[in-house]
Write a protein that binds this ligand. Structure first.
Ligand SMILES: Nc1nc2c(ncn2[C@@H]2O[C@H](COP(=O)(O)OP(=O)(O)OP(=O)(O)O)[C@@H](O)[C@H]2O)c(=O)[nH]1
Ligand SMILES: [Mg+2]
Length: 334
């Protein structure tokens, strides 16, 4: 199961209560106040784990509470702090407040405290003053913060593959990377986005994202819809992958229309066009001057099946990616 959006409840631990106590010592008629402070409640901490690629773990556990602080005790013993609860998430998880709809955090790396534990209450020892040597007051611990949040995964890839079903997106991914996506001659073979890493050399690598096929009307929910497009919302480059055997010009127009419906910004993203399956194309098809039809982007003729044209494609992608003006789109955190 691939889970890429989930609603969870998080709560920091409550603070422990302070304590009212007095020292009893045999050689002193009256001991001083000796109530310890309550411990602080644990925080709920979101932590990025680059090895994770789905939110699946959270699917089974959607209420997450950190430990409460222990109460203070006599003999000035402070209560132990509650343990933090660490929630591991894949890189690229967007954290949204459910109530306000506000983006709290775009988790790319590191940690983030999403619900603070409550402060511990102070024991009566704290309230001793020259005027009041035996205070009979203490504080209760503060409750931990609680909130509902929505976690939304957006894969972080350099290049996103967009195309109609059966264009050969998964075949291309499997050819360029070690990823092993399902490939078949029926539409919508790919149901979930997947990533692969193309290694050009030791230091030159490109992360590619394969997503489900897009059809006309996808923005109205047809086929697999367009929800998964959020996974390419961060990519720096799009490859429009078109089946040369199956009206590539119409396919391209459909793709542009659907992407525009989803987010017009995607159309401004640097892109290239790859006409796929040239191994199976007739001489007639191969003689067409495709460059005249696709003038807005650089065009490649390739075969994901035989590998023809892929070296040039990768090198060009790498050159584009090295251009510093192109950076991963980050999500605005307001
Ligand atoms: N002859 C030929 N067939 C190819 C080539 N690339 C892919 N195919 C075939 O096209 C069919 C669809 O390939 P997929 O890689 O599953 O296509 P997809 O774009 O991922 O399709 P969806 O996941 O359904 O959107 C499969 O039968 C592949 O074997 C190619 O370069 N040449
Ligand atoms: Mg596929």
């Amino acid at each position: 199961m691939f889970i890429d959006k989930i609603k969870i409840y998080v709560k920091g631990g409550d603070g422990g209560n302070g304590c009212i106590a007095f020292r009893r010592e045999s050689y002193k008629p009256l001991g001083g106040p000796a109530g310890g402070d309550g411990g602080k409640g644990g925080d709920v901490i979101l932590r990025v784990n680059p090895k994770l690629h789905t939110l699946l773990d959270l699917y089974y556990k959607r209420h997450l509470k950190a430990e409460r602080g222990r109460n203070g005790e006599g003999k000035n013993r402070d209560g132990r702090n509650g343990k933090n609860l660490i929630v591991e998430l894949p890189p690229g998880t967007l954290v949204v407040d459910k109530v306000s709809g506000e983006v709290i955090m775009d988790l790319i790396e590191g940690n983030y405290i999403v619900a603070h534990g409550g402060r511990g209450g102070r024991g009566n020892a704290f309230f001793t003053t020259p005027q009041n040597q035996a205070p009979e007051i203490c504080e209760e611990g503060k409750p931990g913060e609680e909130r509902w949040i929505i976690l939304e995964l957006r894969l972080i890839a350099d290049v996103g593959l967009v195309g109609l079903p059966n264009a050969g997106k998964s075949t291309l991914l499997s050819r360029l990377t070690r990823a092993n996506p399902k490939i078949a001659s029926y539409p919508f073979t790919t149901k979930y986005p997947g990533l692969g890493i193309a290694e050009l050399s030791e230091y030159r690598r490109i992360v590619l994202a394969d997503i489900p096929g897009i059809i006309e009307g996808a923005h109205l929910g047809k086929g697999m819809g367009l929800e998964f497009l959020r996974h390419i919302s961060r990519t720096k480059i799009l490859i429009y992958l078109l089946d040369i055997l199956d009206n590539p010009i119409d396919a391209y127009v459909t793709l542009l229309e659907e992407l525009r419906e989803y987010n017009p910004e995607l159309l401004r993203r640097p892109g290239i066009i790859a006409l796929n399956k040239i191994d199976a194309a007739s001489d007639k098809l191969m003689k067409i001057n495709w460059g005249e039809s696709f003038t807005d982007k650089k065009l490649f003729l390739i075969s994901a099946a035989t590998g023809s044209g892929l070296k040039e494609l990768l090198n060009y992608l790498y050159k584009l990616l090295s251009n510093e003006e192109i950076t991963n789109a980050r999500i605005d955190v307001s």
